[in-house]
Structure formats: C-alpha cells, structure tokens
Design a protein. Structure first.
Length: 725
C-alpha cells in the first residue's frame, strides 16, 4: 500500500501473520491465492519454495510481470530434480542396451587399464639403461680341444661348446624349437599377444598358471640381459627388450642367438655344446629324434636333458614331434618314426677319460694366453687311439681286480721320451668323479722314488756293482725294515734296487745326504716340495703321477730333462696362430755314463726284480715298482727308448689295499705299452748293456765293481757308522 506524507515518498510495510514464511495468505492485492492441493493420505510432501512465489511486493513501480514468470494466471512451479527424474518415463532394458552398456564400461575400463599398464611399463622401463646403450653381450669364448689327429677331445669354457650358424643346421633342428616353444615366432613382434590371451584363458579355467607364454625372443632377452626372477618388473623389462630385439635383428638372427645361448643342462650352453656332450656329435649331424629331445629339454633342462628321466624324455619328445607335424614341418609318419620306442633307452654319449685331459688343458690356458677372449682351437699331443686304450685297460683292471684286491681307483700317464703326453687317465669314471688323480692328486710313490736315491749314489761315485749289506739298521732312532721282513745280507746295488730293499736305500740316502736326494729328484722333474729327511729314501713324500712319470724320462732319452707338455698349438677359428710350442726344457740333467748305470739297474728291476711280470714283446725296458705303507698306493713306472708310462692304483679315502706295485699295475702297464709299440722297430735303452749277474737265479753279489769306477762299499760304511745294527 502506498502513502504520501508532506510530499515525501515512503514505503509502509505491514506484515500480517499470514505473510510469514510458511503461512498461507488469505489475499494478495485483491487476487485469490491458489489453494494447494491437499495431499493424499500417506503421500509424501515434497519440500519446496512455493510460498515465496506467491508473495507480492509493492516497490513503487508499475506492475509488470516478473522476468521469467507467466503474465497471466497462477504461476506453475518447476518440479524438483527428483520429481523430474521420477516424472520421466524409463526406457525398457533391452539386450542391445545391455551390450552397449557393457561395451561402454569395458571401454572405460580399457582406457584406465591402458593408462595403468602404461604407467607400469614406464616405471620399469625407466629402470633399464638407455636404449642407446643396449647391446647383445658377446658369447663366452669356447676352447675346442683336439687330439694330435684333429679328433675332438672336448669343448671347454663357460659355454661348453662353440657357436654354429643357423644355416649349418638341418632344417628340422630350428623347426623343432619353434614348434614347441613359439609356433608364431615368424609373425609376432616380440610378444605374442594371441598366445598371452590363450594362456590367460587356459589358466583361468584351470585356476592356476598352466604354462608360460614367453616367446623365443623374450627368452633370448631374459637370458642375455635379465635375471631369472619371476617378477612383474622383470616380465615387463623382458617384453621391452624383446620388442627392441625384434626391431634390431632379423628373425633368423634372433633364432641364431637363441640356439647358441640357451641352457641345456650340465653347464652346456648352446645346441652345439649340448649335442657334443650328450650325443658325441656336432649339432650339424644330429637326427630328427635327437633334435626333438634337445628342443623338449628346454622346458626343464636339469630334468629333461638327454641324461635325465627316460620316461619324461620320451613323453616330451613325443609332444615336440607331434607339434612339428601339426605345424607342417614333418609328416605324421616321420614323427612316428623318430619317436623313441617305449622300451628303448635314450642313447647318450658316455664321457670318457679324455675329459681329464680337457680339464688339464683348460687349467693351462691362462698361462698360455691369459684371458681367452675369443673362440680358440687347442691342438694337443694326445694320441686318440692310445687315449682310448689307456681308458680301456684301466676300466678292465678295476672291474676284474678291484673288489678282490680292495681298490676302486686308478690313474695312468703315458708320454714320449721328450715329455709329450700321449694318453692320460685321471680316474675310472669321469662322470662319477672329476678329480684328476694323474695331475692333481698327490700320493706316496713308495719304492718308485728309489731311483732318485740311487741316482744320487751313482753321482757320488758308487756303481751298480758296489757291494751293500741288507741287514737291520738304525739311523738316529729310525729303523726301517724290508717289506717282507727279511734280510739278504751282502748284495750289489743293482740287486738291492731290483729287489727294492729298504735298508740299502736308507743307508745310501743317508750316505749321500737327503739334500742330495732332493736335488737329484728335483733336477729330474719332481716339482712337489720335498723335505730332506732320512725317510725320503722310501718315497714317503707325496708327488703326482704326472711329475713322477716325467722324472723317469731322462733315463729313457739319454739324460735330457723334460717338462710334461700337452699343448702344441693354439689358434683362432680363423686360423690365426696364437701360440706354437718350441722345444724347451732344462737340458741335460744327468751324464750319459750315469744314464747307462741307471738303466742297467732299472732293467734288472724288470728282469729279476719286483717288476719282472712286465712283458713287452722283445723291447728292452726298465722301470720300478712302488708300494706305500699298508699298500695304500701301488705304482709302476716303466719305460722304453720310445715311451714312459706310469700307473697308480688305490682308494680316494686312503684305505689300504691288497695290491703291490709288481702286481696289477705292472699288468696294466704291459697291456698298454704293447699296444703303444705295435709296428715300431725295436730300440735299445741308452747305454744299456747285458749283465751276467742277471742270469744268476740266486742273486749272489759280485765281488768286483765296474772297471771304470773305484770300488766303494756300503758294507764298511755300515760297520763304521752303525756298528752293524
């Protein structure tokens, strides 16, 4: 309502109770307010602001419709949000709408999943070095060791074999690996998405991971760059590296890396190493059956390698062959023909004693070349036929006599008189024990050491005809006895050495001085440390069979010292010579006349002495037996003008045997040396001569010494120093 007072305009607001918020006004400027509908009983009353809409305010201006209002008639209120939604008509839920909603949801989830996956890939990818620095590491250098005739002895090095090119292999070799490991190898980009999906569905149905889904490229990436840890981070990095490999190398180059780097068990890396080790042939020559076995073994190399469980190998091989047939690489008939018969054993190569040679050669490589940085071929002095003969006679002897004579191990070394090793066996079974008893093992040589004592005596002035007395003695409290507990009285040094009398050897060593014995042995080639003590006369200090055999070589070659050698040449696979042996050694170590006297005495040892069981088809020979205390070691080292060979028998636990040096060791030596001398003209020993004394069955001592030497006797020495005790 408007009022004027004294020309001033003012507004007078009068608010009745009906005008209060929430009240129902009776009238509004002469108009009847619309009456709200009474809600039905129990109906919900929606909150709103309709009361404000009906309040009229006099603001002193002409009445005009408010902006947004309907000029005539009662105002309609806009429905609230819930009322509007409730008021809309719901569309029916059809199959099409369900599919659409599902697709929409999956699309959204896919986007979020892709973002999450991208974040994971980025996170683990950043932990790798820069892609610019990625480079396939060089393959470990292989050491190919061959015999004198080129026959492969073994491969050594971290890989255990040389690399072969893909084009050198039969077509079915790479086909076997592709068929069983990655049948879509030629199509994928490094990661087999289809294969991953298939494995995922299969694993979901099974409730566990059923098999791996790594491609050949991923396996290469893992083996070249990563650790074998089964973690999400490693798998992501493996996939990234696999894609990089596919972008950098061709499929054939990746397959080449795969076949030459994968692990096949027994420390063999690469198919050539595996083929040589398991089948004794190059991978270039393996059969379809063998290729399927090797391909199947990669699933579990330690269990499924060709030397593993036969039933598991046959089952796995069958899977490989069937997969090859399914992919069209071979026919079903070829698969059936190549499969191993259920009753057939898996034929693998038996690793022989030549592996002891290979181990020895490998241990020498750093001395010849330092670090081996590339594949090399090492040519050795080994005669392959003699090597196999040595292995055979050793195994036969242990099989025939081992149980009865209570020994389980044996070793043998054979070399030319210049020190070139022609055969070496370090044990009965390399697969059971790789310990090299010929090179690394050190045992008491017993009486086989006595020639160095007698050598010192000859160099002092004694002769083979010098008279000594075999009787009880006592040297500062040490009273050695003969093995048979008997004493022979007076005899020549020739007889004493032939019969291996301990008392005479002890007297002689004490006379010349233990230090002179050490000097003589060292000069001849004994490299093990020796102590100058009285008991050295009886061979109580340990030496290796290799050095002991080499120390006899000067007797056989006329007095020239030798260094046992096995390597003649080292060259790269391209033919570049890295090392070539030249004649070398200590030169003359004993005078010719001393050589003649030693051969005189050592010839007697095999004619009438402890080594008389040695037989060699008319070849002049010499040698000495040796038996340590309690027969823990039994040895024989013998020689001709062409070759020296040494044999040792015993037990690794040092348990005593029932052997003597003149029994089984001499038999082994004779059998091997007869083979080694076949077809070779007979040659005399240096300075050897026939002694009438050898014809005397009673071994009576000679009264006259050799004419060229003044007579010296140990009989007087025994009486003067020890009073006959």
């Amino acid at each position: 309502m408007r009022k004027k007072n004294a020309g001033a305009l003012f507004m007078d607001f009068q608010i009745s109770p009906e005008d209060r918020v929430g009240a129902t006004p009776k009238k509004a400027r002469g108009r009847t307010a619309p009456q709200a509908k009474k809600p039905r009983s129990g109906a919900r009353i929606e909150p709103g602001f309709s009361a404000f809409d009906d309040v009229a305010v006099d603001n002193g201006h002409d009445e005009r419709p408010a902006r947004g209002r309907t000029p005539k008639g009662p105002q309609k209120r806009a429905p609230s949000g819930k009322q509007a939604r409730r008021g809309r008509q719901k569309k029916p839920l059809t199959a099409g709408r369900i599919v659409w909603k599902t697709i929409s949801l999956l699309f959204v989830l896919g986007i979020w999943g892709a973002l999450a996956a991208g974040a994971v890939v980025l996170y683990y990818g950043l932990q790798l070095p820069s892609a610019d620095s990625w480079k396939v590491p060089d393959r470990a250098a292989n050491i190919r060791i061959v015999a004198a005739d080129g026959q492969l002895i073994s491969n050594r090095g971290k890989s255990g074999g040389e690399a072969v090119s893909l084009h050198e292999l039969p077509y079915y070799v790479p086909a076997a690996f592709i068929a069983i490991e990655d049948r879509r190898f030629r199509e994928h980009f490094g990661v087999d998405v289809i294969g991953l999906g298939s494995v995922a569905l299969e694993s979901i149905r099974a409730g566990e991971v059923t098999r791996g889904a790594s491609t050949i490229t991923q396996q290469v990436a893992k083996n070249l760059f990563l650790t074998p840890d089964q973690t999400l981070g490693r798998k992501v990095q493996e996939a990234l590296l696999a894609v990089w490999l596919e972008q950098t190398y061709s499929k054939d180059e990746i397959l080449d890396l795969y076949l030459n780097r994968m692990y096949f068990g027994y420390e063999r890396y690469g198919i050539e190493a595996a083929s040589q080790f398991y089948f004794g042939k190059s991978a270039r020559n393996i059969s379809l059956s063998e290729a399927a076995i090797l391909a199947g073994s990669l699933q579990a190399p330690s269990r499924l390698n060709p030397k593993g469980n036969a039933d598991a190998i046959k089952t796995r091989q069958s899977l490989v062959l069937n997969a090859m047939a399914k992919e069209g690489y071979i026919s079903p008939a070829e698969a059936s023909a190549a499969a191993i018969d259920p009753g057939q054993t898996v034929r693998t190569r038996v690793v022989g004693g030549e592996s002891y040679v290979a181990d020895w050669v490998e241990s020498l490589m750093s001395a010849y070349l330092g670090e081996v940085a590339e594949d090399v071929i090492v040519h050795t002095t080994i005669n392959w036929d003699l090597q196999k003969e040595a292995e055979f006679v050793i195994k036969e002897a242990v099989a025939n006599y081992g149980v009865k004579q209570e020994f389980a191990q044996a070793a043998m070394v054979a070399m030319d008189v210049d020190g070139s090793v022609r055969a070496l066996v370090g044990g009965v079974d390399y697969q059971t024990s790789q310990f090299n008893r010929a090179v690394t093992g050190r045992r008491q040589p017993g009486s086989a050491f006595k020639p160095f004592v007698y050598l010192a005596g000859m160099e002092k002035g004694y002769t083979p005809d010098t008279i000594a007395e075999d009787a009880p003695i006592n040297i500062n409290g040490w009273a050695p006895e003969n093995a048979d507990g008997k004493y022979g009285g007076q005899m020549t040094l020739r007889q004493a050495l032939a019969l291996s009398r301990n008392t005479v050897a002890a007297l002689l060593a004490n006379d010349v001085g233990p230090d002179k014995v050490v000097d003589a042995a060292t000069r001849m080639g004994i490299s093990s440390p020796l102590q100058p003590v009285p008991s050295i006369a009886l061979g109580t200090q340990e030496v290796s069979l290799l050095e002991l055999t080499a120390a006899y070589a000067p007797f056989a070659n006329g007095g020239i010292g030798v260094i046992a050698n096995v390597i003649t040449r080292i060259e790269t696979v391209d033919g570049e010579v890295l090392y070539s042996s030249v004649p070398a050694g200590p030169g003359r170590v004993i005078e010719p006349n001393i050589v003649a006297e030693m051969n005189d005495m050592l010839h007697a040892a095999v004619e009438i002495g402890t080594g008389k069981r040695a037989q060699l088809n008319g070849w002049p020979m010499a040698g000495k037996t040796g038996t340590s205390q309690k027969a823990r070691d039994a040895l024989f080292v013998g020689y001709t003008a062409r070759m020296v060979a040494g044999v040792w028998l015993g037990n690794d636990d040092d348990k005593g045997t029932k052997l003597s040096g003149g029994s089984v060791p001499v038999e082994i030596w004779s059998q091997f040396m007869a083979k080694a001398h076949e077809g070779i003209p007979v040659a005399e020993l240096p300075g050897a001569y026939s002694n009438p004394e050898l014809q005397d069955p009673n071994l009576q001592p000679m009264e006259q010494p050799a004419a060229e030497r003044p007579r010296r006797t140990l009989v007087d020495l025994l009486g003067d120093i020890f009073g006959g005790n």
